[in-house]
Unconditional design. Structure first.
Length: 626
């Protein structure tokens, strides 16, 4: 017995050594693999040759290939001959090859670049295929149209799918104003069903993130015996988030999302005054608890995407709101799954993002942006944050404040800064848009809210290295900018160096709620307040500040912070400490929560409002709201 144990111990020891050696070998291989894909090289491999092509990747003398992020993309590009329009869309891209070396403090930075690699590879393959497609052929034209993003998707008479998971593909994501309507009858023994809005799965992850898990439990659960709606999110890295319940165990916690309560106060309430529909009436004269869903009764439920979150109405009445959570943005929705005890009748998704048909745009030449010569002097350069599937917003900007005389005469210039999308159709539409209008700057990463600081750097690069602007402005694609008044204000300020112009916030505190879109941990920012910063819908910096940001970015000395407008305030504060004389100009006519008469910038404007504001300016010559 003792002998056997000793022999077993020797065998076990050898086995452990082999396992450890195998693990170390695998770890070494993994590190080498990561180095192969993402090791940083300080050279600029994305400079174009005279013929418009990108150079081949460089090999090091030891025979191993160490490729920077920029070099990886050059490998994707090197098989393509670029047109002038395509080169203009990538003028900033080639100067962003330092991103990964400055990304440690930005969540999802590595994932964003990796996803962009896959997205760009698919896009370029599609472009090469498109070159072989003769659009003069009617059949080919119809096939190309089928690939475009649909405005709505309908699935009628789907009762045969009961008992299974119903899946509705969302081809191009969702945007503000998109909606999902589910018509069906809760049933079954428990009357529990789920509606899940899913993002596309990340590379090498088995399950996709859930942007919204909407769970109706008619028989209650471990917390309550009464009917309840539970809302949550799920990701592989963070698992389930914090549940939001309606009705809530703590009625005092009922915040507003898009000016609507997280849980309607009438849900779960015993009150004769509460309005009941025929499907939810008092039975036998008894006062019953109101709940929007009931077993055996038809319900029409609509999830509508707002600015701050998702609103649910049932039979026309507001029931719940759910604020977007960090890294789970609405434009990433790729599929809706419905499962559980519900007999579905129809599912409709509408208000989806669509690009305009170029063949039907009568004023196309008027909307095109003229190319800007390299290092052209400008009074003002405006960089606009946009996401890939916000086609309608960009078109509204083109038809409105891009028509100002200063922009048309090229005293000022405007460009949209747009990251890639996970969806190939969206990227194809974006590529066509960039070639057509000449005002889109593509970013070498997939858009997440945490990545927007990189766009701020890109705007500073464009405003100082591609062109040479006296002032550089950042705004959003849902902001209406009175370009003439911005220029007048800057000229009247008589400040050309060390300037931050905008709606200045001097006492802001970090959000410490881990589920907030603006969450900042003590590790990311330990102080109780931020340095002075200007609100993101519209602020301006002078040329010297933008140039310093690019210089620090190249050297790896620029602190990354995921809230881009606050980041600008932090960077400028650091410049002050280094001796720069900074002038803060507080512009109270920049409205970050909508529109007010006399505005310089009006935020949160829909495409329809944009057109209305522009029309009123043309007719009355006064900045009045719609």
């Amino acid at each position: 017995m003792v002998k056997w144990s000793s022999g077993g111990g020797v065998i076990l020891t050898l086995l452990v050594i082999l396992i450890l050696r195998y693990g170390l070998l695998n770890n070494s291989l993994m590190q080498r693999s990561l180095q192969y894909s993402f090791s940083y090289n300080s050279s600029d491999p994305l400079n174009w040759n005279d013929d418009g092509n990108l150079p081949e990747p460089q090999f090091h003398g030891n025979g191993s290939q160490v490729i920077s992020v920029g070099s990886f993309f050059s490998g994707l590009f090197r098989f393509r001959n670029f047109t002038k329009e395509e080169i203009h869309s990538l003028q900033t891209w080639r100067r962003l090859n330092h991103l990964l070396s400055n990304s440690q403090e930005l969540p999802q930075a590595l994932e964003s670049i990796k996803e962009a690699q896959f997205a760009l590879g698919n896009l370029l393959g599609s472009i090469e295929q498109e070159k072989k497609l003769d659009l003069s052929n009617e059949t080919a034209y119809r096939e190309a149209k089928v690939k475009q993003c649909p405005y709505s998707i309908k699935r009628m008479n789907i009762s045969e799918l009961n008992g299974a998971v119903f899946r509705l593909k969302i081809p191009c994501g969702m945007i503000q104003g998109s909606s999902l309507t589910v018509i069906g009858t809760p049933g079954g023994l428990l009357g529990e069903f789920q509606i899940d809005m899913m993002a596309a799965a990340l590379p090498a992850e088995p399950e996709p993130p859930i942007i919204l898990h909407y769970n109706v439990r008619l028989s209650g659960d471990k917390v309550t015996e009464d009917p309840v709606i539970v809302q949550n999110t799920w990701t592989l890295s963070n698992d389930w988030g914090e549940e939001e319940r309606c009705p809530s165990p703590d009625p005092e916690i009922n915040e507003n999302v898009d000016e609507r309560k997280q849980c309607s106060e009438m849900v779960g309430k015993y009150d004769k005054q509460v309005f009941y529909s025929k499907n939810h009436s008092m039975e036998n004269g008894a006062i019953r608890q109101y709940f929007p869903f009931k077993q055996g009764y038809l319900a029409i439920a609509t999830l509508r995407l707002g600015l701050e979150g998702i609103q649910m109405t049932v039979d026309g009445k507001h029931i719940t709101s759910f604020a977007y959570r960090e890294n789970l943005e609405q434009w990433l929705v790729s599929e809706v799954r419905i499962s559980g005890d519900i007999k579905l009748i129809s599912v409709l998704s509408s208000g989806l993002p669509t690009s305009e048909d170029l063949n039907h745009i009568v004023d196309l030449e008027k909307l095109r942006s003229a190319p800007l010569p390299l290092h052209k002097s400008l009074d003002l350069f405006i960089g606009v944050f946009s996401t890939a599937n916000n086609f309608k917003r960009r078109m509204a900007v083109r038809r409105t404040w891009l028509q100002y005389e200063a922009v048309q005469s090229r005293t000022a210039a405007v460009r949209f800064f747009v990251g890639l999308h996970k969806n190939q159709i969206v990227n194809e539409e974006l590529w066509k848009e960039a070639r057509t209008y000449g005002d889109v700057q593509l970013m070498p990463f997939v858009d997440y809210y945490n990545m927007i600081t990189w766009k701020t750097i890109a705007i500073c690069i464009y405003g100082t290295k591609v062109v040479s602007a006296k002032y550089i402005m950042k705004t959003d694609d849902d902001s209406f900018v009175r370009v003439d008044e911005v220029l007048n204000s800057l000229q009247n300020s008589n400040v050309t160096r060390g300037l931050l112009y905008g709606l200045i916030n001097t006492h802001a505190q970090p959000h410490r709620d881990p589920y907030s879109k603006w969450f900042i941990s003590p590790m990311e920012w330990s102080d109780d307040t931020y340095p002075p910063w200007a609100h993101g819908p519209g602020y301006v910096v002078s040329h010297d500040i933008a140039k310093t940001i690019y210089r620090k970015h190249k050297k790896g000395h620029l602190r990354m912070f995921k809230l881009e407008d606050v980041a600008m305030g932090i960077w400028i504060s650091d410049m002050k400490k280094e001796g720069m004389v900074v002038k803060y100009i507080n512009e109270l006519r920049i409205y970050t929560q909508g529109c007010q008469p006399g505005y310089v910038v009006a935020h949160y404007q829909s495409p329809r409002n944009m057109l209305c504001l522009w029309q009123r300016l043309q007719e009355t010559k006064r900045p009045t709201c719609c």
